[in-house]
Design a protein. Structure first.
Length: 114
């Protein structure tokens, strides 16, 4: 696959790896500079964009949304992988509030199919 195709059409594994890396960076940025710092907010937004891309390209066959019943505070969707990738069983969380702002109701319903 050409470099351009890899950028335009990343594999499931690539997207999950990117989401995990950006999520770690977002948490570090929040700890170092505060949750409202430009680095923190741009990292959070990039993670959400990658998660939406993952869902639109691979849900519901390889990844799906499910409410995380163990999350405390704000209600969160977990992006669950149908088969683990390396050691990962999910592609982190996205707040339900944010998912409703970015995705259509039809997409949320489609992506929530088990």
């Amino acid at each position: 696959m050409s470099d351009a195709n890899e950028l335009l059409y990343p594999s499931l594994r690539q997207l999950v790896t990117q989401i995990k890396a950006i999520n770690r960076g977002w948490k570090v940025a929040g700890n170092l500079y505060g949750n409202n710092s430009p680095l923190s907010t741009s990292s959070r937004d990039l993670k959400s964009c990658l998660q939406v891309r993952l869902l639109r390209n691979y849900a519901p066959k390889q990844v799906y949304l499910i409410i995380d019943e163990q999350a405390k505070g704000e209600q969160l969707y977990s992006l669950r992988l149908r088969e683990a990738i390396d050691k990962y069983e999910d592609a982190d969380h996205i707040p339900v509030r944010e998912a409703k702002e970015i995705l259509t109701l039809q997409e949320i319903n489609k992506f929530s199919q088990k």
